[in-house]
Design a protein around this ligand. Structure first.
Ligand code: 3PG
Length: 394
C-alpha cells in the first residue's frame, strides 16, 4: 500500500525530503501541478532536495562531478529560478554531483531550505536503476517523496531503487493521478467514449485493448484514424500511419470493431503538404461532438490534427469545446502536446482531470504496473520518530 503524503501527519515528517519531480516539459505546467506538494513539505518545516530529469541526454560526461558537454537546454538551472518564483522562496541550484559535498551543504542549511540538483539523466546510474546511484541520492535525505507520476513508468534509480533505502511517500499530485485515472478504468459510468489521435497508434494499443469492452465508442483522428482507414482499404496517400506489420496486425481488430467512429470528412494539406491528412472536417467534428455530448466518461489521448499549425487545429478545438460543454461527464486527458495545446486555447478548464503523464498515463490506463508506483507500494521502511536538531528555520 502506498503511504500518501496527504495522509501523513506533518509531525512525522522530519529532516530532509528527497522530492522526485518531473520538469520534462517545454513550459512549466508540470511544475505548477506539484507546487502544493512543495508547500505541504515546507509547511511541515522540512528541507527539500528536489531532483528531476529532462530529455534523454547523451554525448556529455562528468568532469570533477560537473556535467560537461551536454546540450545546454537539458540543464535545470532555469528550473530553480522558476520554482523559486512559484514558491516565493530561494531555491539553491547545485550544478555538480559531488555527493559528500552536497550532503554537507544540505545538512548545514536551515530547516525549510530548498535545493535543486541538475538533470539526473546526466548520471549513468539513473536510467540503469543503479542501487549505488540510489544510495548516493538517499544519502542526502531522511525520507523520499515521489510526485513525478509522469516518469513513474520508468524503472530509474530516483523512482524505484531509492524506495528501498528511505521511508517513501506518494506526493499530492501522484495521489490525484492514481485516483483520477482509476476513475476512468475501475467502474466508468457509461456511455464511455475513448478519443484517440496523435501521430502513432502503436503507443495506444494497450489502452485500446483495455477499453475494448469498457468503451462504448472509439472516436479516431490523427495517425490512429489514418492507420485504420488504410486497413479498411482507403488510400491515405502520404499521411502519417503505421506501417510495421506487427502493429498493423494488432490494429486489425479495431478496424473491424463496430464501436469505432471514423472521420466522415478529411482536411488535406496543400503545397508541400499535399497528399497528407492534416485535420478532420466539419462533418466529423459534429459527429464527434454528438457522441461526446451523450457520454458520461470521456478519455482523450492525442491531438486529432496537425495542431502545431492553427488551420489544422479545428477538430481538436471542436472536440475540446464539446468536452467542456458536457458537464455531466467525467473527462480526462493528458500528454505534453495535448495539454500545452489546451492551455494555449484556454480549453483545459473544461476537463475533470488532466494528467501530467504522457507515456505514464497510457501505461496506467492500459492496466500496466508502473515500476515507480509498485515500488512505492512495496516499500517497508518506516519513518523515524521526529527529532528536531538545532538548525534554525529558513
Ligand atoms: C515524459 O515526459 O513522458 C516523462 O518525463 C518521461 O520521459 P521519457 O519518456 O524520456 O522517459
Amino acid at each position: 500500500m502506498i503511504t500518501y503524503l496527504r495522509n501523513v501527519s506533518p509531525s512525522v515528517l522530519d529532516g530532509t525530503a528527497l522530492l522526485r519531480l518531473d520538469f520534462n516539459t517545454k513550459d512549466d505546467w508540470r511544475m505548477r501541478a506539484v507546487i502544493p506538494t512543495v508547500k505541504f513539505l515546507l509547511d511541515a518545516g522540512v528541507t527539500i532536495v528536489v531532483v528531476s530529469h529532462r530529455g534523454r541526454p547523451s554525448g556529455g560526461s562528468l568532469v570533477n562531478g560537473v556535467p560537461t558537454g551536454f546540450p545546454s537546454d537539458l540543464h535545470l538551472r532555469k528550473d530553480a529560478a522558476k520554482l523559486s518564483a512559484l514558491i516565493g522562496r530561494r531555491v539553491a541550484f547545485i550544478d555538480h554531483f559531488r555527493f559528500p559535498e552536497i550532503k554537507e551543504r544540505v545538512a548545514a542549511s536551515p530547516h525549510g531550505s530548498v535545493f535543486l540538483l541538475d538533470n539526473l539523466r546526466f548520471m549513468p546510474g539513473e536510467e540503469r536503476n543503479d542501487p549505488k546511484f540510489a544510495r548516493q541520492l538517499a544519502s542526502l535525505a531522511d525520507f523520499y517523496v515521489n510526485d513525478a507520476f509522469a516518469v513513474s513508468h520508468r524503472a530509474n534509480a530516483s523512482v524505484v531503487a531509492v524506495t528501498d533505502l528511505l521511508p517513501s511517500y506518494g506526493g499530492l499530485e501522484l495521489q490525484d493521478e492514481i485516483e483520477g485515472l482509476s476513475r476512468a478504468i475501475m467502474a466508468p459510468v457509461h456511455p464511455v467514449v475513448l478519443i484517440l489521435g496523435g501521430a502513432k497508434a502503436s503507443d495506444k494499443l494497450g489502452v485500446v485493448r483495455r477499453f475494448r469492452s469498457r468503451a462504448d465508442t472509439f472516436l479516431l483522428g490523427g495517425g490512429s484514424a489514418n492507420s485504420i482507414l488504410a486497413l479498411r482499404g482507403i488510400d491515405v496517400k502520404e499521411s502519417l500511419r503505421e506501417t510495421d506489420p506487427k502493429v498493423l496486425a494488432a490494429l486489425k481488430p479495431l478496424a473491424r470493431n463496430p464501436k469505432v467512429v471514423l472521420p466522415a470528412d478529411l482536411v488535406w494539406g496543400r503545397g508541400k503538404d499535399a497528399g497528407k491528412i492534416l485535420d478532420l472536417g466539419p462533418r466529423t467534428q459534429k459527429l464527434f461532438a454528438a457522441r461526446i455530448a451523450a457520454a458520461r466518461t470521456i478519455v482523450w489521448s492525442g491531438p486529432l490534427g496537425f495542431i502545431e499549425r492553427a488551420p489544422y487545429a479545428n477538430a481538436s478545438i471542436a472536440v475540446a469545446r464539446a468536452i467542456g460543454r458536457n458537464k455531466k461527464a467525467f473527462s480526462l486527458t493528458g500528454g505534453g502536446e495535448t495539454v500545452m495545446f489546451l492551455k494555449k486555447y484556454g480549453l483545459d478548464k473544461g476537463f475533470s482531470f488532466i494528467s501530467t503523464g504522457g507515456g505514464a498515463m497510457l501505461d496506467f490506463l492500459a492496466g500496466e504496473k508502473l515500476p515507480g508506483i509498485v515500488a512505492l507500494g512495496k516499500q517497508r521502511m518506516r519513518p523515524r520518530t521526529k527529532k528536531r536538531n538545532a538548525r534554525s528555520v529558513a
